[in-house]
Design a protein around this ligand. Structure first.
Ligand SMILES: [Ca+2]
Ligand SMILES: [Ca+2]
Ligand SMILES: [Ca+2]
Ligand SMILES: [Ca+2]
Length: 468
């Protein structure tokens, strides 16, 4: 059982100009075909809720980022709707600041995954790193996260290189805080957009390097995925970067490219990747959702599942005490490849299948958006949280359903109360929508986790939280 600890009204976006190929793609899903025939305005297709009704995939209009904004030991959040709207809320629901730009477009930037809140300049207060229009042009901005004002901005990096028809029909980005330059704390920014370009910036927004990953060394699989992941593999104090199937060093030079394995060639790309410490005693592994492939730190293939059709997302955690090291859970989005096929959550211990669980992918919350691990019951082990069309399903380390939570899952973090995780859910994406923080209503018998946490801090997982 769960109870709602906090509830927030979220303003519904009723009107968005979308690019023609995005409108075509959405229209092909069936229920909004008339959008394909809508006359274009300034080369864009105007969608309005009143005229067309609900769109599929509207979750991409909204992002929430959690952090202690005010320094009082409570985790607040910023609602981010691209360059169009940003609203900072204290945990109690008080609005700290609100930024709205009616001239901004959804197509300016779609934060496909990360958009961080972090103390980027080390002055003890957090900044929100985001995109806004400055004098009419899209800029990458460092915004005072307590007050909402821009502290520094630069024209959006590499924007001149944007192709005429980006893959998603708009600029899909992620922004990850990494430590490529060997600072005491991670403060470099890795900007990745539209499956093709990554740029490293320092904490004052100077561009250190840019790489066009789509033109990397010859291989059959060409595209990169949603969000790179960085960690120090060789122990020199500077992060290496796993960008899809390419491992880069701190200077952006290619150290390794994954071989053309069957699932990578079939799927074309690796959506969700992680440099993961699976064996606490060993070196980190290079892992990816595609084919559930797992490589050694030296790049040798250890195991994988060639038969997977579309590994959409991957999470790494400790699911079972009786299985060595940490386990991986893959969201296999087979329905994206063959409509009608069930999706699956697949739990792996090393190369062994622990269990799998069929799920129906809800239209508004695809697996990459609502698939997380966290300790729901307080026993110190992670549960798997995944959406079905009507509710959130909570699975234990054996794949058994131990709870359900009303709503649509968007994040899992430990936000309030004891050291158990909470589920952040949406009641829906429609007028009157609310974001809620749902907490476990059962008693917590575990003394290791049932202590009330008085002073919370923004965690690295919150800073670099990603859908993929
Ligand atoms: Ca700061
Ligand atoms: Ca290193
Ligand atoms: Ca647990
Ligand atoms: Ca908690």
């Amino acid at each position: 059982m769960s109870k709602v600890a906090f509830s927030y009204d979220i303003p519904f976006i009723e009107q968005v100009d979308i690019t023609p190929n995005w409108a075509k793609w959405l229209g092909e899903m069936g229920n909004i075909r008339e959008l394909q025939n809508e006359p274009m305005v300034a080369c864009m297709v105007p969608w309005s809720y009143k005229k067309h009704g609900l769109l599929p995939w509207m979750q991409f209009f909204y992002d929430w980022r959690f952090a202690d904004l005010t320094g009082d030991g409570k985790i607040d959040f910023i609602l981010s709707c691209g360059t169009f709207r940003q609203i900072a809320h204290k945990q109690d629901g008080t609005i700290l600041w609100r930024y709205e730009d009616p001239s901004a477009k959804f197509s300016d930037v779609r934060w496909d995954s990360n958009v961080p809140i972090v103390d980027i300049d080390g002055d003890g207060t957090p900044e929100f790193i985001c995109a806004r229009r400055v004098d009419g042009a899209v800029h990458l901005c460092i915004v005072d996260a307590r007050a909402g004002q821009v502290k520094k901005s630069v024209p959006f990096p590499d924007r001149d290189g944007i192709p005429e028809n980006p893959l998603g029909g708009h600029l899909r980005c992620s922004l990850t805080v990494i430590n490529a330059t060997g600072q005491p704390q991670p403060r470099d920014l890795l900007l990745c957009w539209d499956y093709r370009s990554i740029t490293l910036l320092d904490n004052t927004l100077n561009v250190l390097w840019n790489r066009q990953i789509a033109e990397m060394p010859a291989r059959k699989h060409r595209q990169i995925g949603h969000s790179p992941h960085a960690a120090d593999i060789d122990g020199d104090g500077c992060d290496e970067i796993l960008a899809s199937s390419c491992l880069l060093d701190k200077n952006g030079e290619v150290l390794w490219v994954a071989p053309d394995l069957p699932a990578l060639v079939e799927d074309g790309h690796a959506d969700s990747v992680q440099i993961a410490q699976l064996d606490p005693e060993g070196r980190p592994n290079l892992t990816m959702s595609t084919g559930a492939y797992c490589f050694s730190a030296e790049g040798e293939l250890l195991w994988g599942r060639d038969e997977l059709m579309h590994g959409q997302a991957q999470r790494v955690g400790k699911l079972r005490a009786d299985v060595p090291g940490r386990q991986r859970v893959i969201y296999e989005g087979a329905s994206r490849v063959v409509p009608g096929l069930p999706d699956k959550v697949i739990a792996l211990g090393g190369g062994e299948l622990l269990w799998d669980f069929e799920v129906v992918q809800p239209d508004m919350q695809e697996g990459g958006f609502g698939f997380w691990l966290g300790d729901w019951d307080g026993d110190g082990l992670d549960e798997v949280f995944v959406n079905d069309p009507e509710k959130v399903i909570v699975l234990d380390g054996y794949g058994d359903v131990i709870d359900t939570i009303p709503g649509h899952l968007i994040y899992v973090f430990d936000l309030v109360g004891d050291s158990r995780a909470e589920a952040v859910v949406l009641t829906g994406i429609e007028p009157g929508m609310q974001m809620q923080i749902a907490t476990n209503d059962r008693p917590n018998p575990n003394p290791a986790t049932n202590r009330v946490v008085e002073h919370r801090q923004t965690t690295p997982e919150m800073v670099n939280c990603t859908r993929y």
